[in-house]
Design a protein around this ligand. Structure first.
Ligand SMILES: *Cc1c(COP(=O)(O)O)cnc(C)c1O
Length: 355
């Protein structure tokens, strides 16, 4: 059992922060002074190390590169106006990380290493948490296989790491979305519910084709009849029809169980909406659009929080929305941010205070 005192800590001699202005920095471009690195070998997790952020030295035969046992998480930490720092629902990400690990035949990470490692690392780099409005510290835990042999089998060695990236507002312009019918993101029995690197690699070609045709993202449909909506790019998707909100259910294993998704469901119910997690066909969406009851459509995820969808195209049928008239999506976004930045009461215990 690894205890707090067992962390091996090496500090930078000079912080890079003096050279960087934390205002309006682009997403995922700058990393803080330190990183967490923990090796899994001989069937156990070794002593966690926190050390200066630096490149890794690896063999060209590194298993993760060849066979793709590689998973990750995305979490955010926020500073409130009193300078106190909290992480948004990190235990949910911890649980999901181990669900991904299991599916990818990787060792589970003990809660202590994940949570204490993250806390200690952020404490060391606390000056990197931006305090400006809409800024945050993006936390990226990840794990990959490390055997240096190219025989096809689950690795015996793994590395778990956490890196931190300060981030400014995610300027997510309202999106134009192409309903994808050729390529699929996930199939029942596959790895759609895992936050696996390969899911992202597999999605890039379809996204690039949609971009070539003038769209920002694809709306994935199911693998069988291509009617049932799944996710919007790497975000969960919500449709407000009348006073009902519908988002695809998690039962088929093709949908990533987003922490933002879960939080938004809670806030929509709080507002009195009937939230239905169920299969939703694109034809039902089109029917609602024709009847004038399709009100708002949006995606959810940690990086962008809530992204407005202003246009949805299915074959030759185009649905355009007058997003300036929307009230629910902006209200939910404001409410969620108020909780995150400590402006509103944290009535669901979502904020995990660290500093
Ligand atoms: C990470 C991710 C999401 C969003 O999950 P959050 O926990 O809300 O950040 C949605 N869909 C996919 C495919 C993802 O990888």
């Amino acid at each position: 059992m690894i205890a707090a005192a067992d962390f091996n800590i090496t500090k930078v001699e000079r912080s890079k922060l003096v050279d960087i202005n934390l205002e309006n920095i682009p997403f995922g471009k700058y990393f803080t002074d330190h990183m967490l690195e923990v090796d899994f070998e001989d069937g156990e997790w070794k002593t966690p190390e926190i050390k200066p952020y630096q490149p890794l030295l690896m063999a060209p035969s590194l298993a993760a590169i060849h066979y793709g046992q590689s998973i990750f998480e995305g979490i955010k930490a926020y500073k409130n106006s009193n300078g106190e720092a909290s992480i948004f629902r990190p235990h949910a990400n911890f649980k999901r990380f181990n669900i991904s690990a299991k599916r990818m035949q990787m060792p589970e990470i003990p809660e202590f290493i994940f949570m204490e490692g993250m806390k200690k690392l952020i404490e060391m780099d606390k000056n990197w948490i931006p305090s400006q409005a809409d800024h945050s510290l993006y936390i990226r835990p990840f794990m990959f296989s490390c055997d240096d042999a190219i025989g096809v089998k689950p690795s015996e060695k793994y590395k778990f790491m956490i890196i931190l990236s300060p981030t400014g507002p995610y300027y997510n312009n309202p999106m134009r979305i192409y309903v994808e019918e050729k390529y699929v993101r996930a199939v029942p029995g596959g790895i759609g519910f895992a936050k696996a690197a390969g899911n992202y690699g597999a999605a890039m070609h379809a996204t690039a084709e949609a971009k070539k045709n003038g769209y920002d993202q694809v709306l994935w449909t199911d693998a069988f009849d291509h009617h049932h909506v799944q996710e919007c790019g790497t975000m969960n998707v919500f449709f407000i029809i009348g006073n009902t909100v519908i988002t695809p259910d998690l039962s088929s294993g093709t949908i990533l169980a987003g922490v933002t998704r879960d939080s938004v469901i809670t806030l929509l119910k709080e507002k009195g909406f009937d939230v239905q997690e169920r299969a939703l066909s694109i034809h039902e969406v089109i029917q609602a659009h024709k009847e004038g009851t399709l009100r708002e459509v949006f995606g959810t995820g940690t990086a962008a929080t809530i992204s407005v969808i202003k246009e949805l195209r299915y074959k030759e049928y185009i649905m355009e929305f007058d997003i300036d008239k929307w009230d629910v999506t902006p209200e939910i976004k404001t409410r969620l941010n108020a909780i995150r930045y400590g402006v509103a009461e944290d009535k669901y215990d979502w904020m995990y205070k660290i500093l």
